[in-house]
Design a protein. Structure first.
Length: 425
């Protein structure tokens, strides 16, 4: 059976806002429908994670599943205040799993049979939206890509947040974000839950009175100084757990025939809010040089303070060394990354690409140990997009990773992903 779904207050509020939109004097003009779009994404996902250490509780996590992602976005009603509605339907179906191989993050656990994956699970999300001039207010199911809240989409179905989000671009080259999220729906769940802080690896975060939270308040500003230079500041507060300031700088340098150089600088400061011990400073720098079909990247990341990097559990951390398995955000960790990408169009095979990278981290503070923690990870990916014919746009990916650590688990991993997005209109 599809996982039980309760209509949350945010969805009820969205319905009320939509009802107001339909009952206003502004008629439901053609723009509401003519500017709408809908698509169905089919995502087939095989995941195999082999635990290499002798002390592992299970030898591997291996599952195969089929996902369906139905997305609808309306236009806006005519007039100075435009109303609209978006909808998201998600369905995951188990193709292969067993109790000794669960835990891939593809499927939802069966409540009635602990240790087993549920045969199928789903979610329906509704988002009401209001537009005035160049500002948009959304209320309901949201999929943020912000430094303080980065939705995870690395498995069968994406993670979503629930709440209110205002974006504004009234001033040229300046965009503003303001809002509050009150629930999170994890990538392998159909339930909206209170938010927690991620505390895996050697984060060493100790919580105070609050173990979870129903309020992630945030605000941010992004300014484009030049077409090639952008800076941003974001503030986030997971009520009762931590507060976070995040600064970013992005620059693209066109070297003409010599290629292009892209620079990304990140710095954040996280402190406690309500009794936890969160205390972290994160510095990251990523430089990418592209010439023809080749791209080379180098990154450096440094953690300092009494804990590792703090972020909402289930989401992604906004760090330059976030890769397939790890993000190298443990307490006091110093890490670097070397990356290489190649586009096979240079060899007459358009649609085929390759990526490989290696990361190494050390200086990790591991509680109860005098020896510093060390880890490394290696990733490779082949991706192919069919360029023509009836299956044009079909994407096939093979992702391979190996990770080794003297304070965590040793992992070898393979992911095979086939996806196709069918525009409905």
């Amino acid at each position: 059976m599809i996982g039980e779904h309760r209509t949350p207050r945010s969805f009820a509020g969205a319905a009320v806002l939509l009802g107001v939109a339909l009952s206003t004097s502004a008629p439901l003009h053609a723009e509401f429908l003519a500017d709408s779009k809908a698509s169905l994404e089919l995502r087939n996902y095989y995941f195999n994670r082999d635990f290499r250490q002798e002390s592992a509780v299970q030898s591997k996590a291996e599952e195969w599943a089929q996902g369906f992602l139905l997305r609808y976005e309306s236009g806006y009603t005519e007039g100075p205040i435009g109303f609209g509605v978006d909808a998201l339907g998600l369905l995951g179906i188990k193709l292969d799993s067993s109790p000794d191989r669960t835990g891939t993050g593809l499927l939802k656990s069966d409540r009635e049979a602990p240790g087993r994956a549920q045969d199928e699970y789903g979610e329906l999300g509704v988002t009401a939206k209001l537009r005035v001039s160049n500002s948009t207010l959304k209320y309901g199911t949201l999929f943020p890509k912000l430094p303080i809240a980065l939705s995870n989409d690395s498995r069968l179905l994406p993670q979503t947040f629930r709440g209110t989000w205002l974006t504004s671009a009234e001033i040229e080259n300046l965009s503003l974000d303001l809002g509050r999220f009150d629930r999170v729906n994890l990538r392998n769940s159909s339930d909206n839950e209170r938010m927690q802080v991620f505390n895996g690896g050697a984060r060493n975060i100790v919580l105070g009175r609050a173990r979870d939270s129903d309020a992630l308040d945030f605000a941010g500003a992004t300014y484009k100084w030049l077409p090639t230079l952008t800076t941003s500041y974001h503030y986030g507060e997971l009520d009762g757990i931590y507060r976070q300031h995040y600064f970013t700088l992005g620059h693209n340098l066109d070297l003409k025939e010599a290629g292009t150089l892209k620079s990304d600088l990140l710095w954040s400061r996280s402190v406690d809010d309500g009794g936890s011990n969160v205390d972290n400073r994160a510095l990251g720098a990523m430089f990418s040089y592209a010439l023809g079909a080749h791209k080379f990247g180098l990154a450096y990341q440094r953690m300092s303070g009494d804990t590792g990097f703090a972020y909402v559990n289930g989401a992604d951390s906004y760090l330059v060394n976030l890769v397939q398995i790890n993000d190298f955000g443990n307490e006091d960790e110093h890490s670097w990354q070397a990356r290489y990408d190649f586009d096979f169009v240079a060899l007459g095979i358009p649609g085929l690409s390759f990526m490989t990278r290696y990361l190494s981290g050390d200086n990790v503070h591991v509680v109860g140990r005098a020896e510093e923690g060390k880890e490394w990870e290696r990733n490779s990916e082949f991706a192919y997009v069919i360029q023509s014919g009836s299956l044009k746009g079909l994407v096939m990916k093979w992702r391979n990773a190996s990770s080794r650590s003297n304070f965590g688990g040793d992992i070898d991993e393979n992911r095979l992903i086939v996806s196709y997005t069918l525009p409905l209109w």
